[in-house]
Design a binder for this molecule. Structure first.
Ligand code: NAD
Length: 312
């Protein structure tokens, strides 16, 4: 229910995005950070960003930016931040030791009604929550940057997570306009990074084999697979590219297998000499001092795509 409270622990980049997403759906949000000055900075940045989104026409929800910003408050006390919250989203830096410490600090304030999620990109709750009294209320809810415009959230329960905790988290993500996917169990890289690394590996290997330029490799995604995948996934693609997926397999599986047998093994680390070679190409269009500008351009385009997808 939108009258319940959300606690955000860690108010950096991702914590601020979560705060804006929950406020957009009308939730009261309390943010906590280890550094009090970071809390004030985060509150200011959230307000300014919401106002910017409002002026650009990409603000979520029905409330004005000012009303959404007023739903977000800060607290210098972890206990006060969690007090009365139905859902906690932890967003501290990616370190197993730090996650363990922060979850141990939260444990005394977790109730049997709370769901406590980590935003972690690679760390599973089994790596740090084993000693918690409330470990059965913890799980991963991994967003994708920038979460305001890329709605996917990977929900990854630990071995001890109660099924209703996973279900509640998924329902909440849907309620606030994110798009959850639920893994049945923990796996390295969750789903998105497993797929992403498979793609990067092949790009890296093709580049090293001198098959095509860095620019052209990226173009295969931006003007080839990417537009398609923004609307239909790889499995639906198989289904639509023949008379259904079974027909696709009958027609194309052998050809696909023949291609796959030519794949090199995954690169042993993405090596610096290759990275430097790619950089020398990429920097012709995006020099390192233009990366921030290019990120803003990416986010504008993702906002436009998110609006297009919402209206279809
Ligand atoms: P960040 O460095 O921007 O923010 C982390 C915040 O946590 C900082 O404000 C810091 O002061 C605070 N913090 C540090 N120690 C703390 C403590 N003990 N208690 C409370 N607050 C503390 O990091 P981020 O990019 O927002 O990432 C947060 C989490 O989200 C990480 O687990 C990361 O892997 C995950 N994530 C990041 C991205 C991304 O693209 N940045 C995407 C998806 C998930």
């Amino acid at each position: 229910q939108a009258d319940s409270k959300i606690a955000i622990v860690g108010s950096g980049l991702i914590g601020q995005f979560w705060a804006m997403i929950f406020a957009g759906a009308g939730f009261k949000v309390t943010i906590f950070d280890i550094y009090p000055e970071q809390i004030s900075k985060a509150l200011e940045s959230i307000k300014a960003t919401l106002l910017k989104y409002e002026s650009q026409g990409c603000l979520r929800g029905t409330l004005s930016a000012a009303k959404q910003a007023a739903l977000v408050t800060g607290s210098n006390e972890l206990q006060q931040c969690l007090d009365g919250a139905s859902y906690v989203q932890e967003c501290v830096p990616e370190s197993v030791d730090l996650k363990r410490k922060v979850f141990e600090q939260m444990d005394p304030f977790i109730t049997e009604e709370m769901v406590v999620a980590t935003s972690s990109s690679c760390i599973c709750v089994s790596q740090f929550a084993d000693n918690l009294r409330h470990k059965h209320r913890t799980l991963v809810a991994h967003p994708v940057n920038p979460p305001y415009f890329i709605p996917l959230v990977e929900i990854v329960p630990g071995p001890w997570t109660l099924p209703d905790v996973t279900a509640t988290c998924r329902a909440l993500m849907e309620l606030v306009g994110q798009t959850p996917v639920t893994l049945s169990r923990e796996v390295a890289g969750f789903a998105l990074n497993r797929i992403q690394y498979a793609i990067i590996n092949e790009c890296w290997n093709m580049y090293k084999a001198n098959l095509l330029s860095a620019e052209d490799i990226d173009r295969v995604m931006t003007d080839g697979l990417g537009p398609r995948y923004a609307f239909i996934g790889p499995l639906e693609t198989m289904h639509l590219n023949a008379d259904g997926i079974v027909d696709y397999c009958k027609r194309y599986a052998q050809g696909a297998y023949n291609v796959c047998t030519t794949f090199e093994p995954p690169p042993v680390l993405y090596d610096v000499p290759t990275a430097e070679k790619i950089l020398s190409e990429v920097e012709e269009t995006i020099p390192l001092d233009k990366v921030v500008e290019r990120r803003a351009w990416r986010d504008e385009n993702l906002a436009a795509l998110a609006a297009l997808k919402r209206n279809r």
